[in-house]
Design a protein around this ligand. Structure first.
Ligand code: HEC
Ligand code: HEC
Length: 405
């Protein structure tokens, strides 16, 4: 053990002396675990039989950009998820028909996630896609309005039928109520409740297909290699070092994976830089304007969602819904105030940060980790004080900036 410590000292001293970095075997292994080459294709989605259907993805793309699917004709998914901003909007908290309480998440690479939204209240891209249409503060429409738009547009209706077959009998556009949906505004909810369960079910099954098409499109939005991936590729050829990264960026990478100095790796790991789980880093909002308890409600909601993997509109066999069936609360983590660990790919392009957009810069995010909030004020969380110097904070930031494509 002593020998190892001495060796590590020699290695790190030589790293400081020379301009290039000398990585240990262990460090090299950890570094390569981030390589985009290790990500592979998006995992199989048994609940969506159309996930890899190209024609469905083309339909989904049309729907994603179609403003007519909002109450006032002014919002599409792309109004908040702007392609040129890595599918975010640059705002602290999204604004649709009204102001929302959360920061817009990027959709790039989202097909690799297990749970969706900051609180994980949905278990698939397709069930997620059904929410914004009806959310009064986002697009303010309803499932019958969305279906009517599709049915009455000759192009969309033809495209839908080509992918999914005819609309269910008895729900043609003339017979559908104008504005009905269980999560819509009061008027929409009332007319939804007046429909008989049989019709509700038919409407839901056509509406689920809308989500499945959009998910097929989102699945095509893959991560692209970053400068950091290029550096890893060079190391993978057996090179000891390369100048694809400068020494500040390499020092930042070393800090990022140094479990004694920072905790980053504990939650931000693997090729997506996320463990896909929910963690409490002291960012919950337990009072004030943007009240947000995070995962604690997301966990209840995903189990109750009728569009989840185990529900009647899923294409999966029950046994295939392992994530949902074995969903357990992480007992050692305070769920109140836990949020999904976001990917750090493209992070320098997707400010502001955290679920509520409360941090404007990467610098302020790193300061949050260096000196985490006081537990007396924000309650229990998982962070410890890091004791990073100002220079080390800068190195970490420079490293994060290499993660953009
Ligand atoms: C008003 C802005 C707005 C609109 C419109 C909008 N979104 Fe979002 N989107 C958000 C916000 C904010 C979040 C995070 C919300 C939360 O966690 O509660 C989000 C989260 C998501 C996520 C989760 C990503 C992840 O990693 O968990 C996906 C996927 C997504 N949106 C797709 C869509 C689709 C598809 C549409 C159109 C049907 C859409 N969004 C419309 C603002 C918007
Ligand atoms: C205990 C788990 C955990 C650790 C340790 C951790 N993070 Fe995070 N990270 C999260 C969670 C959860 C969020 C989202 C919090 C929120 O939205 O309120 C986050 C958010 C971020 C963001 C903002 C991303 C965005 O899109 O909003 C950055 C940048 C970041 N972390 C970098 C780091 C760095 C650098 C370290 C090490 C110094 C680190 N994280 C350590 C879990 C963790």
């Amino acid at each position: 053990m002593k020998v190892l410590v001495a060796l590590a000292l020699i290695v790190s001293t030589s790293a400081i002396l020379a301009d290039s970095v000398v990585w240990t075997e262990r460090e090299l292994r950890v570094l390569q675990s981030f390589n985009l080459n290790n990500l592979g294709p998006a995992p199989y989605q048994p609940s969506n039989a159309y996930a890899d259907n190209k024609d469905a993805a083309e339909l989904g793309k049309k729907l994603f950009f179609d403003k007519r699917l909002s109450a006032n004709g002014e919002f599409s998914c792309a109004s908040c998820h702007l392609p040129e901003k890595h599918f975010t909007d640059g705002k602290p908290r999204a604004v649709g028909l009204k102001a929302t309480g959360r920061n817009t998440m990027s959709i790039v690479g989202s097909a690799h996630q297990r749970w969706f939204y900051w609180d994980g209240r949905r278990d698939s891209l397709w069930s997620q896609a059904l929410i914004p249409f009806e959310a009064p503060e986002e697009m303010g429409s309803s499932r019958t309005e969305v279906l009517k738009q599709i049915m009455t547009d000759p192009q969309l209706s033809q495209h839908y039928r080509r992918v999914f077959g005819e609309f269910p009998k008895g729900i043609d556009s003339a017979k559908l109520p104008d504005h009905a949906g269980p999560y819509a505004d009061k008027k929409g909810k009332d007319s939804w409740n007046r429909l008989n369960p049989m019709r509700q079910r038919k409407i839901n099954s056509a509406y689920a297909n809308v989500g499945k098409a959009i998910a097929a499109y989102e699945r095509t939005l893959e991560y692209a290699p970053t400068r950091f991936d290029r550096y890893l590729d060079e190391l993978a050829t057996g090179k000891k070092d390369s100048n694809v990264l400068n020494s500040e960026e390499k020092s930042g990478a070393r800090l990022f994976i140094d479990a004694a100095k920072t905790q980053c790796l504990q939650c931000h790991n693997g090729p997506t830089f996320s463990n896909g789980d929910f963690h409490n880093i002291g960012t919950g909002n337990f009072s004030g304007e943007h009240l947000d308890f995070g995962r604690v409600f997301g966990l209840q909601a995903v189990l109750l969602d009728e569009f989840n993997c185990l529900g009647p509109f899923s294409d999966a066999a029950k046994g295939q819904c392992t994530e949902l069936r074995f969903l357990k609360r992480n007992a050692h983590v305070p769920l109140e105030g836990s949020f999904k660990t976001p990917s750090l790919r493209n992070v320098s392009e997707t400010a502001p940060y955290f679920h509520d957009g409360s941090k404007t810069t990467l610098e302020s995010v790193i300061k949050h980790y260096n000196v985490p909030p006081d537990r007396k004020q924000v309650g229990a969380h998982e962070l410890r004080k890091l004791e990073l110097s100002v220079e080390e904070e800068k190195q970490l930031e420079s490293f994060l900036r290499t993660l953009s494509d």
